[in-house]
Design a protein around this ligand. Structure first.
Ligand code: PA5
Length: 446
């Protein structure tokens, strides 16, 4: 199960605030469920877990099995919502060696990522893997025109075709894109690549439970049925109308109370390195959904206890504008004890026989109490286990909370107009045809 613990957060607001806020929270929640709010054409994710077509699921599983059979490495090409969800789930649930680039193990290919930056150095390193290993590639782009994945795919496709031939590479390239529009759709139809559709009514950051996320996740050997079953349980649970008992609504409420009290930054904290990319996904989800019209909390993330030795000082004692939300995993399924040492030179025998999960848990509690004393409210999202079912619950919990939170803060949580500004300037400065006037204006400012 998953639950929200506000014991170390509700010290920072008064009991009355929930009652005062309740009608707004109810209105935001109803707006979402009745699909009457801004951006309601992008609510395909809302009942996705309970309406997933079994035929689509079967096809994803079959394609993933084929990828696993013929590949040492799966290269996932995509950016933002077309990559972060898959990476978040794969890193959370895979053998940690896999995120350190470990090659194929027990029939599961390593997953590497490309097309999420413009570094030639990084892309060249991925390309070099094609010389040494058998690869498959899943290119994911809803628009089919995003510059970063388009450049990476152009190069990687050429390299794969050089190795396997055009026909052979058609078995190794899978396209996930729009139903009818864009360059990738035309290419997939022309060459005959296996392809999956990004639904029209689901934006990138809400697409992890569509083929965008499910194909790479299944290829990495993760049980996507369990992932969807967790998400489905969350879908049912958070339709709960008693908002005081609805954790997704209460999380949205808390964030907005702190925002209105002047807190500017929410830090998502993990104590499991495998959850690092869950926070990256969460940052996009909340940042892109809420950061508009001069509003919104800035979503940041820290990996504890690692970052307690770097940014811990700031959290404890720096400018008071932070609250933190901790991902607390109760059972990772792995026991690692601190051993007894006869000399006890390092003075650690007081921990001998203790599981590292116990040490980690005590560190978490100690840190929360210290941060609360330092004026940092502490919310805790507790996951009983680190498995596909719980991660499915967590994804849906955040998606729903984010939508409610956006409506509470009077923004459209499903658009991202601000993402275009840098793209327009970049196209102009790169000399893309059609951008001449903007290019001249920008050059005059340099
Ligand atoms: O959430 C979003 O809409 C964005 O992050 C997109 O997913 C990202 O920009 C990639 O777009 P596309 O899938 O069209 O390549």
């Amino acid at each position: 199960m998953l639950h929200l613990d506000l014991e170390q957060a509700d010290l920072f607001y008064s009991e009355d605030e929930f009652s005062l806020f309740e009608s707004q929270l109810q209105a935001a929640s109803d707006t979402l469920d009745q699909k009457t709010g801004a951006g309601s054409e992008f609510l395909g994710w809302l009942d996705l877990p309970s309406t997933m077509e079994s035929g689509l699921l079967e096809r994803i599983l079959q394609t993933a099995a084929q990828i696993r059979e013929i590949s040492d490495i799966l290269i996932v090409v995509g950016i933002g919502g077309s990559y972060l969800g898959a990476r978040a789930v794969i890193d959370a649930l895979s053998d940690p060696l896999r995120s350190m680039g470990h090659p194929k193990k027990e029939g599961i290919p390593a997953v590497v990522y490309a097309g999420h930056h413009l570094s030639g150095r990084e892309l060249a390193a991925v390309e070099s893997l094609i010389d040494r290993y058998d690869v498959s590639l899943n290119v994911i782009s809803k628009s089919g025109t995003t510059t970063e994945p388009a450049i990476a795919f152009r190069r990687l496709k050429a390299k794969i075709e050089e190795k396997y031939g055009v026909k052979g590479s058609a078995e190794r390239i899978v396209v996930t894109t729009d139903r009818s529009k864009g360059a990738l759709r035309s290419l997939a139809d022309e060459v005959g690549y296996e392809s999956f559709i990004v639904p029209d009514d689901i934006g990138g950051r809400y697409s992890v439970l569509t083929p965008v996320g499910l194909l790479p996740i299944a290829s990495a050997g993760i049980d996507i049925r369990a992932l969807l079953s967790g998400a489905k349980a969350a879908e049912q649970q958070y339709r709960e109308t008693d908002l005081a008992a609805n954790d997704a609504a209460r999380y949205a409420f808390c964030r907005n109370v702190f925002l209105r009290r002047g807190y500017a930054v929410e830090i998502l904290v993990n104590y499991e390195p495998g959850l690092h990319y869950m926070a990256e996904w969460w940052k996009q989800l909340f940042g892109e959904s809420e950061g508009k019209n001069g509003r919104g909390l800035f979503p940041a993330s820290l990996d504890f206890t690692t970052d307690l030795h770097s940014l811990g000082q700031y959290v404890q004692d720096g400018r008071r504008m932070l609250f933190e939300t901790v991902l607390d995993v109760k059972d990772t399924g792995v026991r690692v004890e601190v051993p007894e040492a006869s000399s006890d030179l390092d003075g650690l025998n007081y921990l001998a026989g203790k599981d590292m999960a116990y040490v980690n848990g005590r560190a978490m509690t100690a840190t929360a109490l210290a941060h609360v004393d330092g004026g940092v409210p502490n919310l805790r999202i507790v996951l009983d286990r680190l498995d596909a079912e719980h991660i499915g619950r967590l994804l849906y919990f955040f998606e729903r909370a984010c939508a409610i939170s956006g409506y509470l803060n009077a923004v459209n949580p499903f658009n991202q107009p601000g993402v275009e500004a840098y793209k327009q300037n970049m196209f102009a400065l790169l000399g893309k045809p059609g951008y001449e006037t903007l290019a001249a204006e920008l050059e005059s400012r340099l």
